[in-house]
Design a protein around this ligand. Sequence first.
Ligand SMILES: Nc1nc(=O)c2c([nH]1)NC[C@@H]1CN(c3ccc(C(=O)N[C@@H](CCC(=O)O)C(=O)O)cc3)CN21
Ligand SMILES: CC(C)C(=O)C(=O)O
Ligand SMILES: [Mg+2]
Length: 283
Amino acid sequence: MPTPKPLTIHKLREMKSNGQPIVMTTAYDYPSARLAEEAGVDIVLVGDSLGNVILNYESTIPVTLDDIVYHARAVARGAMHTFRVADMPFMTYHGSLDETLRHVRRLMQEGHAHAVKMEGGQEIERTVKRIVQAGVPVLGHIGLTPQSIHQLGGYKIQGKDPQSVRRLLDDAKALERAGVFAIVVELMTEEAAERIAREVAIPIIGIGAGRSCDGQLLVYHDLVRYSPDYRGKKFVKTYADVGSLIRDSIARYADEVRTRAFPAEEHVFHAGQDSVKALYGQS
Ligand SMILES: Nc1nc(=O)c2c([nH]1)NC[C@@H]1CN(c3ccc(C(=O)N[C@@H](CCC(=O)O)C(=O)O)cc3)CN21
Ligand SMILES: CC(C)C(=O)C(=O)O
Ligand SMILES: [Mg+2]
């Protein structure tokens, strides 16, 4: 049974100290959120990866604040008792502090998020600090940061050389100083993630970052293969092939409509007493 109350950022830190792995996945709507909650995940993320998996964009860059708010609202209804984090979309935290706080406010008040996630290290330290001072828990995100994909020059594995590891470590420490409650580390060598996890006190949650992280994150659609254009990524493990199941179900439905096998007698209403009862949902 899932925990009746969402976990807190304090509990998360305890989980790290106790060596208890943190489980995180994304969700984008009521059914995905509800299933993730029923499965007992610790944290759900309304990720801007919805640009990829819901809207089929090339990147997360076109995802807007309105998009995240809309999906976060649905997720809040499905995962009422789970700690919910919403992604700050591209360029919504790089303008004035007022503007940034307005965006955070929307995610918390309209999207019912418990926390926000932002991509970046040292360069956003001040911004993170101000949001935390406003009473909002912030989740950091370093390594492969998809919103900077055109600057990074592709979805490349991070932390391959000593300078890169040093930089990631400095970023993690800057975020810790700024008060983030945890950091997502994306697509990096296990060695880099291991060092970061060892050298900061806050939980490090990995996606494509190896086994030494304090928690793991996978995108919902990747882990159940709920996407027609799933491209096998090395770091992803698929636990079901929901896409095939749905496609086959719909194909069978189509076939039965065309052969007039559906609807059958049990799906139809008839005039008279029985139909009145059925229509009004009485039995
Ligand atoms: N469906 C989905 N899953 C994700 O994990 C995800 C998104 N979308 N969108 C936002 C970011 C982008 N992410 C990505 C995107 C591409 C790779 C990728 O191409 N990985 C290759 C390794 C690349 C290399 O060899 O340098 C792989 O084979 O895993 C990884 C993470 C992770 N996030
Ligand atoms: C892949 C994770 C880290 C994310 O930011 C997202 O789902 O948008
Ligand atoms: Mg994201």
